[in-house]
Design a protein around this ligand. Structure first.
Ligand code: PMP
Length: 306
């Protein structure tokens, strides 16, 4: 992490090294923070940086805040403008990751959401791959269950809820797997530790609905649109049973950090032919073009930093 790069903190653009919160801060004590995760991609031909779907990311962030009784002075437009200001300060010329957060900023003890101040902050870091084996990931079914929407809002990115994701990821990695599939309380496939799931069955793309305790992923939404529009593949949003994934033709996971990760083995069973399938291959390549502003049809998703 480069502490000399700039962040947005307490209403100002400051070097990351100066963006510090007190140990008695509510968001730190109780996980009462909501966050987003965005990427900006460097386009080498255009020599320009493009943020991917910032407006949609900020809308989800503000919605996560709404669920947690948070209110800040910024809307999607002003957060997008502020992002441009932060990025221009450092004149980034590489792929980066942006982490905006809204947190309960009062200091002191008392578990609640009301009568507390909310603060917005954001930092930026250089970022490449999140999952090393992103063309041949081996995943397992986690023994943990995905948080239920009636426990902590599952469709929001609530910081405290990521203790669940951390348990899932660490146990999977320590057992030698790249990632895990998490079931919800009903035993249906929900998602990965920080990524949504798709499988291919009978040539159609199938993914759990937003009512199966998933995070409403922006990559998920983008992939659904690209698959329908550019590959002409039907996409079905329905619950997925555990054993269905063993007989899927292809499987992949999606997320801002993860991008599109091909899953080629599940608990030592090959997915399809055991290597990245044709639909996953096409979607990975299309997605890369789309996020780097190389696909004119989707230019509305690319915000040029300039
Ligand atoms: N699920 C969870 C739990 C996540 O943390 C993420 C990453 N934000 C995703 C899914 C993927 O969402 P997105 O495509 O918007 O990054």
């Amino acid at each position: 992490m480069d502490l000399t790069k700039h962040a947005f903190f307490e209403g100002k653009i400051v070097p990351l090294g100066e963006a510090k919160i007190n140990i008695a801060t509510h968001g730190f004590l109780y996980g009462t923070a909501v966050f987003g995760g965005m990427r900006a991609y460097w386009n080498e031909e255009k020599k320009r940086l493009f943020v991917f779907r910032p407006y949609d990311h900020f809308r989800r962030l503000l919605n996560s805040g709404k669920m947690m009784a948070m209110k800040i002075q910024y809307d999607e437009e002003s957060l997008t403008q502020l992002t441009l200001d932060v990025l221009r300060t450092d004149n980034w010329k590489q792929d980066i990751y942006l982490r905006p957060t809204i947190y309960k900023s009062d200091m002191g003890i008392g578990v609640r959401l009301h009568d507390l101040k909310d603060e917005f902050c954001m930092f930026v870091m250089a970022f490449e791959k999140y999952v090393k084996n992103d063309t041949n990931a081996h995943v397992t079914f986690s023994s943990w269950r995905r948080i239920d929407d009636n426990v902590i809002p599952a469709r929001g990115k609530v910081a405290g809820a990521y203790a669940n994701s951390a348990l899932i990821k660490t146990d999977a990695n320590r057992a030698g797997f790249d990632e895990a599939i998490v079931l919800d309380q009903n035993g249906h496939v929900s998602e990965g530790s920080a990524m949504n799931i798709f499988m291919v069955r009978d040539g159609a793309l199938v993914t759990p609905p937003v009512t199966d305790n998933i995070l409403e992923g922006i990559t998920r939404r983008s992939i659904i649109e690209i698959a329908r529009n550019d590959l002409g593949i039907p996409v079905v949003e329905r619950s997925i049973d555990r054993t269905e994934v063993f007989i899927a033709e292809e499987m992949f996971m999606t997320g801002t950090a993860a991008q599109v990760v091909a899953v080629t083995q599940i608990d030592h069973r090959p997915v399809g032919i055991g290597s990245m399938g044709p639909i996953t291959t096409k979607l990975r390549s299309l997605f890369d073009d789309v996020v780097r502003a190389k696909h004119p049809k989707y230019h509305g998703w690319n915000l040029e930093v300039g």
